[in-house]
Design a protein around this ligand. Sequence first.
Ligand SMILES: [Zn+2]
Length: 214
Amino acid sequence: MADVRTDIIAIGSLAANPYWGEKTPVRREYATATLVRSGEVRLVVDPGWPAEVLRAALWYRAGLEPAAVTHVFLTHFDPAHFGGIDLFEGAAWSMYEEEIRFARAEADADGLGGRVLKRVRPAPERFADGVDLFPTFGPSPGHSSLLVYTALVSTVVAGDIVLSGDHFDRGSLGEGPWDLERAKESFQDVIEVADLIIPGHDNVVVCRAGGGLA
Ligand SMILES: [Zn+2]
C-alpha cells in the first residue's frame, strides 16, 4: 500500500447551526478543505474558503504551495465548496459525472460557478492507491464523497452527507437534502465503512456507529 495520508487544511463552518440555537444565518458558510496525498497525487477536496485563506492554510498545515496541488475534487456544486478553487489553477478539477450534468442543466452559469462548470471533468473512480470515489447521492443528485483507506484506517471525506459533528451525533441530514431517502441510504453507507469521517462543515469525527443508525 502506498503512503496515503489525509490532512484537514481548513475546518469549515455552517451559516447557522441549529444545534447551537441558530435559526438564521449568522456567519459565512465554508466547506472543510481537506488535502489527500497518495503517491504523486496531491488532491484538495472542497476548496471553499477564500483563496488567500487556503494559501496560508496549505502552507501552515502541509508546507505546500498551491502549485504543488495536482487535483481538486468537489463533492458537489456549491460555492461554499469551491469559492477558493482559482488558487489551484494548475490542478485537474473534477466532480462526479451526474453532478456535472445536473449543475450544467440547472445552475446559473455566470461568474466563478460558470467557469467551474466549464472546466470541471468527471472524477475517476480511483484517484490513486487508497483514494476512491464514494458516491453519496442525496444532498444533491450527484453528490460524492471520497474514501481514503490504508490497511488500518478508512476515512470518508464526506462532503454534505455528514454536515457537522452535531448532525452526525443525531443522525441528521440537515434542513433540506435534495432527496431525503437517498441521503439516508448514503449516510448509512458512510457509517458502515468509515472509521473516521471528515464532515462537510466541521472537524473530523470518530465513527463508532458500528453499522447503523440507532
Ligand atoms: Zn456544504
